[in-house]
Design a protein. Structure first.
Length: 260
């Protein structure tokens, strides 16, 4: 598989983590890959006639949106696939999709179910483009138009920033006090904008931070990784890995078909 990243234009940088193209050659499909939850939403724009991928046990033929909030997804890319992937920052897809994000949590759906017939127009323009730089410009210009009609919750944005800066060590009570919301109202807002409750989001975020430690410090012991990631003990650390990956931390390190 060929993966090529492209610069995100300045107005979209607060919302989009990554834009890349993913293209497969050869005579066979790509082997199954387990992609771990990262609290991010991704759009995959298909610019070929080839189906995008088998996710779970379902074949997705056209452009899709995936939301890996709290469960892994098993993905098999199809041979001859060409897609443009847009990965949003946590909590930022709502500005562009404009439906409660908890309705998409841990799901993969056709993008046309959300954006209607305009998705076909986008796919046709992408297919007709002569090179991927043109495709990137087309997608980013469209997303800019969507952003112009969106709305943000400054309180939720502050919560997400606080969680990021603290390494997910902030408590729900601290978030409640800082926003002035009731815990129930904060939970509703998180589910609407992010796709998870604050408690669930903190738990998955801590797991994601631990994955970064695993990748950055492969020589560290798993006990040290758990401690540095803010886990109370190794039992909680192992429990979360089994929930979010289906494997132990050691198995995640050794399995080349797990992507994180």
């Amino acid at each position: 598989m060929r993966i090529q990243s492209y610069p995100v234009i300045q107005p979209l940088q607060p919302y989009i983590k990554l834009i890349c193209t993913m293209e497969t050659d050869g005579d066979t499909d790509i082997s199954n890959i387990r992609v771990l939850p990262d609290t991010c939403v991704e759009l995959f724009f298909n610019y070929t006639s080839t189906p995008v991928a088998v996710i779970g046990n379902k074949l997705h033929k056209r452009s899709i949106v995936t939301s890996r909030m709290s469960r892994p997804m098993d993905v098999q890319m199809r041979k001859g696939t060409g897609v443009m992937a847009v990965c949003f920052q946590p909590g930022m897809a709502y500005q562009f999709i404009k439906i409660p994000m908890d309705s998409l949590s841990d799901a993969t759906v056709a993008l046309s179910d959300l954006w209607g017939n305009m998705v076909l127009d986008i796919e046709e323009q992408l297919s007709a483009a002569h090179h991927n730089d043109m495709r990137v410009n087309l997608v980013q210009n469209y997303l800019l138009k969507q952003l112009a009609n969106g709305k943000e919750s400054q309180a939720i944005l502050r919560c997400l920033k606080q969680i990021q800066l603290s390494g997910a060590s902030v408590s729900v009570n601290q978030l409640v006090n800082d926003t002035g919301f009731s815990q129930r109202h904060l939970s509703r807002k998180f589910q609407e904008y992010v796709g998870l409750s604050p408690k669930e989001y903190l738990r998955v975020s801590r797991f994601v931070f631990s994955l970064n430690y695993l990748k950055k410090y492969p020589a560290y012991s798993l006990t040290e990784i758990a401690y540095q990631s803010g886990y109370y003990d190794q039992a909680h650390f192992i429990r979360d890995y089994k929930v979010y990956t289906g494997c132990t931390p050691g198995q995640v390190l050794q399995n080349e078909h797990i992507l994180y």
